[in-house]
Design a protein around this ligand. Structure first.
Ligand SMILES: [Fe+2]
Ligand SMILES: [Fe+2]
Length: 204
């Protein structure tokens, strides 16, 4: 039986990066892919019982559904179903490699569950790591500062309300793996403090 090896991981990286180029947010997804891979590798060190290659391959393929958007206006239209569409695209990509069915099923389930939206709630360790790595990626570099580049029409006050809600949702989602919150507690507190300070009007 074939196993997931470096070749398929490398192929997935090339395929995802090429597909991302068809998206109006290609720059964001290139950054996001780097950040989720770093996050996943950090989590895999904390949770060594997980199937590493299933996690890494799922992370490469998890957001393929976003690339159905061909204009900026379509970005939010494809978003709600991108886990479903992405799972289908990933299945097609994986079919070339004749992997064992249970491995393919695990990857597809990781992709379906990465948003944690009903009825696809992460249950296995691999599903939880992919979902948490996706959220943890937001704490990897400048995600929370990119809002106006992606949504230039919002006001500053709207930005603060929306990002505060997003930050709190992300913090809640990290609780799926307790060690994940510990890893970024300082950054969470810092971002939240900045947003709170703005709302209180204490910025000079
Ligand atoms: Fe996603
Ligand atoms: Fe993602």
């Amino acid at each position: 039986m074939k196993k997931i090896g470096q070749k398929i991981l490398d192929d997935a990286e090339i395929y995802v990066m090429k597909t991302a180029k068809s998206s109006p947010l290609d720059w964001f997804f290139e950054l996001h892919q780097k950040e989720i891979m770093i996050s996943a590798n950090k989590l895999l060190k904390e949770y060594p019982d997980a199937d590493k290659n299933v996690v890494l391959l799922s992370c490469w393929l998890h957001d393929l559904g976003h690339f159905k958007a061909k204009t900026l206006d379509q970005v939010d239209v494809v978003k709600p179903d991108h886990h479903l569409v992405g799972a289908k695209m990933a299945k097609k990509f994986l079919s070339k490699y004749k992997l064992p069915k249970d491995q393919v099923d695990k990857i597809i389930n990781c992709i379906l569950c990465h948003r944690g939206s009903e009825p696809y709630i992460p249950k296995t360790l691999e599903e939880k790591i992919v979902a948490v790595a996706d959220t943890l990626s937001h704490f990897q570099s400048i995600f929370y500062l990119l809002f106006f580049k992606i949504y230039p029409k919002y006001s500053l006050d709207e930005f603060v309300v929306l990002q505060k809600a997003k930050l709190k949702r992300d913090w809640r989602d990290l609780s799926l793996l307790p060690k994940a919150q510990e890893m970024v507690e300082n950054k969470y507190d810092f971002f939240l403090q900045m947003l709170d300070d703005y709302q209180k009007g204490t910025v000079d």
